[in-house]
Design a binder for this molecule. Structure first.
Ligand SMILES: Nc1ncnc2c1ncn2[C@@H]1O[C@H](COP(=O)(O)OP(=O)(O)OP(=O)(O)O)[C@@H](O)[C@H]1O
Ligand SMILES: [Mg+2]
Length: 417
């Protein structure tokens, strides 16, 4: 390059100052660029060395290490609303080798678990026989379930589909299931709280039926499938499972139908009623309402009062005789909650109507429970029980192989539950 001191000889004074300035600026820029490039090269090579040496990992305990990669994918997939697919090893790690069992039901065993970032989860490991669906179909249905988002529904984080393990990973619900609180005096909840739990659950089911992208019928509404957060906020659990799994024999179901005896709608048990649709859930929700109202099992021979045996029938008898007062006092409802309890009682009677079309929609149920819709006095839900057969509560159908026996239906549950 031309030495700067020779410039005045060639260009004269002013011109040489300008040219010298330009040359200095160009040189300065070139030096800066060189420094920047050298620095980038060294950063890149250090990242490459790190990732070759070892994947980043979180230490959950002295023994268990879980790679961070599924969690990154997990967050990305949540953003894309995609269910996360975990490996059997992930499931093993999350549950610390299936260390803590939360309980079990018709679909499998539930374990407590934790993601590497500390988020607690509940992992439902499906029975070997219950996941016969092909991988694509399984994933499609899990996809629908995980795109289903409502504050009153337990969130599905992801799943595992493998020859050896089929599992669903859910948000963990600190207080467990509602049945614990209904059937135990020691953990009894205030009636006001129970009303909030009932309406919240109804809103979750309303969303499944009427508001989500693809209608989902739950087929197994019952207190064990209403889970509670630390603040006792309710969320319905296990929606979509009926579509995902073939639950052939469970809870003593004699005919292999879906649902749980005592809560399953009559159309699940008899072929005379048409269409198994979302009204099955309305029926089951009605049975759940009765258990909430009475803070007891619907069929409970241990009760030492006049409502012994089947609570819904007892409530109807009292209601028909205009003795709402007896219902309210037997349920221990304080006068401040009386109006809500009366509404709950009538909604329950509407929900368990024998004919599916006579039952309200879940939108109607929510509106009636919240006092936004006037309630027409319910009609007899047990009209189909002829007086001669009233004792056995048996109704014969035209199809002799499928008679519907309300009491037996409940007894199976009472014994199994
Ligand atoms: N997400 C969760 N968080 C905390 N506990 C849970 C969760 N899911 C289930 N459980 C607990 O695990 C137990 C078993 O649940 P599971 O759903 O397998 O059985 P179930 O509800 O009795 O019957 P079903 O198979 O008809 O749903 C329940 O007692 C429930 O309290
Ligand atoms: Mg359940």
């Amino acid at each position: 390059m031309l030495p700067l001191i020779l410039l005045p000889i060639f260009f004269g004074d002013t011109a040489s100052v300008v040219v010298a300035g330009i040359v200095v600026i160009i040189m300065f820029k070139l030096i800066l660029r060189f420094i920047r490039e050298t620095r980038m090269q060294s950063i890149n090579s250090s990242i490459a060395t790190q990732s070759e040496a070892a994947p980043m990992s979180y230490s959950m305990s002295n023994h268990t290490k879980i790679e961070i990669e599924p969690i990154e994918r997990f967050i990305n997939n949540i953003l894309k609303e995609k269910p996360v697919r975990f490996t059997p090893q992930n499931i093993l790690d999350f549950t610390q080798n299936y260390a803590m069992k939360l309980g079990s039901g018709g679909y499998g065993v539930v374990y407590k678990g934790q993601f590497p970032n500390g988020i607690q989860v509940a992992v439902k490991v499906l029975n070997k026989t219950s996941g016969e669906k092909a991988e694509e179909q399984f994933m499609a249905e899990v996809g629908i379930m995980s795109r289903t988002y409502h504050i009153n529904l337990v969130k599905l984080y992801g799943f595992c589909f493998d020859k050896s393990v089929k599992a669903l990973v859910y948000e963990y619900m600190e207080k467990g299931s509602l049945d614990k609180y209904l059937y135990s005096q020691a953990q009894a909840l205030e009636w006001e709280k129970l009303h909030v739990i009932a309406t919240g659950t109804a809103k979750g089911i309303r969303y499944l039926h009427e508001e989500c992208e693809q209608k989902i019928v739950h087929y197994d509404i019952k207190p064990a499938n209403v889970l509670l957060t630390a603040e006792l906020f309710p969320k319905a659990a296990d929606f979509g499972l009926a579509c995902l799994c073939d639950r052939k024999v469970s809870h003593g179901t004699p005919t292999g139908v879906r649902g749980t005896p005592g809560f399953a709608a009559p159309e699940m048990w008899t072929s005379v009623l048409p269409n198994k649709n979302e009204k099955c859930d309305v029926y089951s929700f009605g049975m759940l309402l009765f258990e909430i109202l009475g803070r007891r099992k619907n069929l409970d021979f241990k009760q030492d009062n006049e409502s012994r045996e089947w609570f819904p029938q007892w409530v109807w008898n009292k209601f028909e005789q205009g003795e709402m007062e007896s219902i309210i006092s037997l349920c221990g409802v304080e006068s401040k909650d009386r109006a809500k309890a009366e509404r709950m009682c009538q909604v329950a009677l509407w929900c368990i109507q024998y004919q599916p079309d006579a039952r309200p929609s879940m939108t109607g149920v929510v509106r009636m429970l919240e006092g936004e819709q006037e309630i027409v006095p319910p009609v007899n839900p047990f009209y189909y029980i002829s007086s001669t057969e009233a004792d056995s509560k048996m109704v014969s159908t035209t199809d002799s192989s499928s008679s519907f026996n309300v009491k037996d239906n409940c007894e199976t549950y009472s014994q199994s539950g």
